[in-house]
Design a protein around this ligand. Structure first.
Ligand SMILES: [Zn+2]
Length: 154
């Protein structure tokens, strides 16, 4: 997926998650959307930094890197939600583009689904929107499940 697709995916996914975390429709909903959308969008741009150094779709497209972004807020108390942007980038690359990513780098085998389209295909935006919608359905289900069991969702 290209940079435009990752920005579109990060923005829409962040807005959706921010809304799902506070769907009250009050001022707090706007705050939640801003609080989530900006770090998610920034996180969605992080993996492709490896186009400038290292090996693209390998160095910053793997589960250890995702693990670091998941752990970072617990250790240092900031960069919350950035990991969601990194994760949504991986999903878009795996499901939405022809080439996979090296999830277990430094093992260099790339993993991807046969569902992807070429980066500059005319269906790229449609695929990006469909994947984003699917991701938000999953987030909705997770938020509902957590709420059902009285667990904190944010
Ligand atoms: Zn990528």
């Amino acid at each position: 997926m290209n940079k435009d697709g990752h920005v579109l995916n990060g923005l829409l996914f962040g807005i959706g998650v921010g809304f799902l975390l506070d769907p009250s429709g009050k001022e707090t909903t706007i705050i939640s959307i801003i609080e989530v959308t900006i770090p998610v969008t920034l996180g969605a741009l992080v993996p492709d930094i490896d186009t400038e150094f290292g090996r693209h779709r390998k160095t910053l497209h793997n589960l250890p890197v995702l693990g670091l972004f998941i752990a970072f807020p617990y250790v240092f108390g900031n960069l919350h939600y950035v990991w969601l942007g990194v994760l949504t980038h991986y999903i878009l690359d795996i499901v939405g583009s022809k080439r996979g990513i090296a999830l277990f780098y430094p093992y260099t085998q790339e993993y991807g689904f046969p569902t992807g389209v070429a980066t500059k295909n005319s269906y790229t935006n449609v695929v990006t929107l469909a994947i984003t919608a699917g991701e938000l359905v999953v987030v909705f289900a997770v938020v509902q499940a957590l709420a059902r069991y009285g667990l904190p969702v944010a």
